[in-house]
Design a protein around this ligand. Structure first.
Ligand code: GLU
Length: 421
């Protein structure tokens, strides 16, 4: 009898014999097998010697893919889009969103061995480049509700990868007095592809959501192997590769923990769970802010434009904190001074990504500091952008001094004075 998707089979190839469940493959010439560990393995049809049926798919009325096990910790899941919630449409060649949560859980049943998915919310299905602060606020609001419910141990958010670190930073600021884990996860390769990273990421995300790590963290592959993940602090993480499964790296710090599907090994200190506390939503945001990068030859007029339309800007300057001033053909200082005098809040972050600004090393940096630019040490530029919107979105911090003080306060681990990693 011919094996069909859902059947358990043993496939003998010219190299090895593999056992697993047949998965619908839309890719020509490829048979897709889901191995016991959740990994999808693509086998070239021409390499197959034989396929033996071990067990037929259990038929019957279509059940919910979501399994309830009330003995396991309760976790709520928020689905927002991205590759992890999509599958390849081989007719058009494009990737399309899954249309309901059951499809997602059909693809990743391993999660039910770790936690009980109590609730699934789908506020929207978007690629992360199409999100803005209103989406971050919506996600934060759902998190607040779940985390303040005594029955919920933690929250998992599935998200697109490209701008995931912005959402992670926003939740780090919006969820004040965090009491439980908020875990963002993703996949670089869709679930119906061989070598998808989704199953391991989701299993490890579930493990962290049930742990005592009461922080906003991103959980994803630690290397390009499929063995364990890292839990990375949401305010100190960045996508640093376009396609690798370990695209996210901790910046200027270390991972909080190594996460395996069956255990967690803590690496650094972290905020711990307190089920008696309540998290508070504090999601004020002013989006009249910009994030720009200094480049040699930059036109000073940019600052004149910004000061008439915007309330704040983060500028990525050189490693130690420089941009073109006195000796440059286009000296930016007069325009920056005019902009600051006009009320524009100007912050500086480091464009080398790793390392910290140290404007005191050279005299041009000292000069810039005296003009009132706020130098943000080792804070990531993207986190600085989100934090600036957050700070300017609060009426209680309105003077330049209050804004500077707040930007320099370590609210959510965005500064690391010990600079590791
Ligand atoms: N640009 C899309 C996003 O960031 C790609 C999908 C993905 O990376 O998950 O959502």
């Amino acid at each position: 009898m011919e094996a069909k998707p859902g059947d358990r089979v043993s496939i003998r190839t010219v190299h090895e014999t593999l056992e697993g469940t047949l998965v619908e493959s839309y890719e020509a010439g490829i048979v897709l097998l889901k191995l016991r560990n959740g990994y999808n393995f693509g086998i070239k049809k021409e390499d197959i010697v034989s396929i033996d049926l071990i067990g037929k798919k259990k038929e019957g009325k279509k059940k919910e893919a979501r399994k309830v096990n009330s003995k396991l910790p309760n976790v709520d899941v928020i689905i927002t889009g991205g590759t992890i919630s999509s599958r390849v449409d081989y007719q058009t060649g494009g990737v399309k969103w899954l249309t309901n949560p059951e499809e997602l859980f059909e693809l990743y049943p391993e999660i039910f061995e770790i936690c009980n998915v109590r609730k699934v919310e789908i506020p929207f299905m978007k690629a992360s480049e199409n999100m803005d602060y209103k989406d971050w606020q919506e996600i934060a609001k759902i998190c607040e509700k779940s985390l303040n419910d005594g029955d919920c141990e933690g929250v998992i958010i599935t998200h697109g990868t490209d701008f995931l670190h912005y959402t992670a930073a926003a939740l780090s600021f919006f969820l004040k007095d965090l009491n439980k884990p908020v875990v963002l996860t993703y996949s670089q390769r869709s679930s119906d592809r061989a070598s998808s990273d989704a199953a391991l990421n989701l299993q490890c995300a579930a493990r962290v959501a049930c742990s005592d790590i009461a922080e906003v963290v991103l959980v994803g592959h630690a290397s390009s192997n499929d063995d364990f993940c890292y839990a990375l602090r949401g305010s100190k993480v960045r996508k640093l590769h376009s396609s690798r499964r370990d695209a996210f790296k901790p910046v200027n710090t270390m991972a909080i923990a190594r996460v395996f599907p069956d255990r967690i090994e803590t690496i650094t200190g972290h905020r711990t769970r307190d089920d008696n506390k309540k998290v508070k939503l504090d999601d004020g945001f002013n989006d009249k802010i910009a994030l720009i990068k200094f480049y040699p030859g930059m036109d000073p007029e940019i600052f004149d434009f910004l000061s008439t339309r915007y309330h704040g800007v983060v500028i990525e300057v050189s490693g130690l904190g420089h941009l073109a001033i006195d000796e440059a053909r286009k000296n930016l200082l007069p325009a920056i001074k005019r902009a600051i005098d006009n009320g524009l809040i100007v912050c500086a972050a480091c464009q080398t990504v790793y390392g910290r600004l140290d404007p005191l090393v050279y005299s041009p940096g000292r000069k810039l500091m005296n003009y009132g630019i706020i130098f943000l040490g080792d804070m990531l530029a993207e986190t600085a952008y989100v934090k600036l919107g957050f700070v300017l979105g609060h009426r209680q911090w309105k003077t330049k001094e209050q804004i500077r003080e707040k930007m320099l306060e370590n609210i959510s681990g965005e500064f690391n004075n010990r600079l590791e990693g």
